[in-house]
Write a protein that binds this ligand. Structure first.
Ligand code: F6R
Length: 241
């Protein structure tokens, strides 16, 4: 595992953008795994700027997002498709037919999950997976559990995650309690993984994830077993390493 400590959020985002641009420039039909949340916003801004400056071409790139809330459609401003469209997709030349976010409105959620994992495999798997980490060690919406999940599935969100995500809603009662998420198996199958972590509040969980036991109670700890992971964090998150 490679760990890069950047001095602050901006440097972390710039270094992550360098990595993404390098991989896309080496393989123009790269399959990306993408994340939402606050952490990747700087990376997405850097990628949009690089596209505008002619440094990267997304026309053949495809992407799968980690997760989406159950009951939330593509045009819902609290949803993750909406987030991706407004923070990245509309600023670059990615073909929207090549981007996929789980359908939170699917009538048959099980079928949607199965199709999602199968579609990732049909694309040849994810080349480069972006991750953030939750305060409880979740990746995607894979919450602390007695097992590591395999494929895309419906997850009940913990109170900690609901509270953390309520900052993006008018009221905590509006935060959905279930989400569709890629499984840890889907994530682990990625050829390369880049995890971004910033801020003091993530220092404790980052230490557990990198140096603690490999334990499904800290889902991100499984990354210790993956052969091609780069963690890019800022100095605050690296404080306890
Ligand atoms: C988002 C996702 C989550 C976030 C994590 C950290 O698609 O899968 O695992 O990466 O909750 O969120 P932020 O970046 O908001 O701290």
């Amino acid at each position: 595992m490679k760990i890069i400590v950047a001095k602050d959020y901006d440097e972390m985002s710039a270094k992550a953008a360098e990595l993404f641009i390098d991989r896309i420039n080496k393989k123009n039909d790269l399959v990306l795994g993408l994340a939402t949340g606050t952490t990747p916003l700087g990376l997405y801004k850097n990628l949009a700027d690089a596209y505008k400056a002619g440094k990267v071409d997304f026309s053949k790139v495809s992407s799968f997002n980690l997760d989406e809330y159950v009951g939330v459609g593509h045009d819902n401003e609290n949803g993750y498709y909406y987030f991706m469209y407004h923070n990245l997709f509309k600023h670059i030349n990615i073909d929207l037919n090549n981007v996929r976010v789980e359908n939170g409105l699917a009538e048959d959620l099980e079928a949607e999950c199965e199709d999602y994992s199968n579609s990732i495999k049909a694309k040849g798997g994810i080349d480069l997976q972006l991750l953030g980490i939750g305060h409880d060690g979740h990746i995607g919406f894979n919450e602390p559990s007695s097992v590591f999940s395999k494929g895309t599935h419906v997850e009940e969100l913990t109170q900690m995650t609901i509270e953390a995500n309520s900052r993006l809603f008018n009221d905590i009662s509006e935060v959905p309690t279930r989400a569709l998420t890629m499984g840890v198996g889907d994530i682990f199958a990625a050829k390369e993984i880049c995890m971004l972590v910033n801020g003091k509040g993530k220092a404790e969980i980052l230490k557990k994830c990198l140096y603690g036991d490999i334990d499904p109670m800290v889902q991100a700890s499984i990354l210790q077993l993956h052969g091609n992971v780069t963690v890019i964090c800022d100095a605050e998150a690296a404080e306890l390493l």
